[in-house]
Design a protein. Structure first.
Length: 190
């Protein structure tokens, strides 16, 4: 994927095994640790992205301070596939919702809360898009909920989730339209 863009790429990965694998397999320039551990220069990056990871940071406030410092003027921040606290899935499946993963997910965000965080730390041109990704996710949550009633005798697998997800696809599209999908992606500028 990276070979489609010109430029220099640098990554931060907290998991040592994932970092070593990516360095070896893809010859990537990576720092193993957190963004806060990395001693970057101010105004160093044009783009910083988080994919399925911002909900795992220990302190969103501190993280956004570091991101703001690291981005060049006009630089872009993308937070991809952030779990939506206002998703219908979370409301329906409560503790069986994959995105309610505590303690893995340290913070939960709605559209309003993530926009407030970003504005507080000086980000502008905030755009948010709701997604229909992982069509099997609602199927997985449904199976996990049914397991409570059937004493864990239903064993979820990818094929069962896929079969259940096909008739649920229109529901995912509707949830995107009414801003209740599982995740959203945010783009903004410094």
């Amino acid at each position: 994927m990276l070979n489609r863009w010109d430029g220099k790429f640098f990554g931060v990965e907290i998991d040592r095994r994932a970092c070593d694998f990516a360095k070896k397999r893809y010859d990537l320039d990576l720092f193993c640790g957190t963004l806060q551990d990395y001693q970057f220069k101010a105004n160093q990056f044009d783009l910083i992205t988080y994919w399925q990871s911002f909900e795992h940071v220990v302190s969103p406030s501190d993280e956004l301070k570091h991101v703001r410092k690291a981005l060049k003027k006009g630089g872009k921040l993308i937070i991809g596939q952030l779990p939506n606290w206002e998703s219908l899935d979370r409301v329906l499946f409560k503790g069986n919702n994959y995105h309610n993963c505590v303690p893995c997910h340290t913070f939960f965000f709605s559209e309003r809360t993530i926009k407030n965080y970003l504005r507080r730390y000086g980000f502008k041109e905030i755009k948010l898009g709701y997604e229909t990704w992982i069509p099997t996710q609602i199927s997985w949550n449904l199976i996990m909920t049914l397991n409570r009633f059937f004493n864990n005798t239903i064993f979820p697998n990818k094929i069962v989730c896929l079969i259940l997800s096909i008739p649920l696809l229109p529901l995912y599209i509707l949830l995107k339209l009414i801003k209740r999908s599982l995740t959203f992606t945010i783009e903004c500028r410094k």
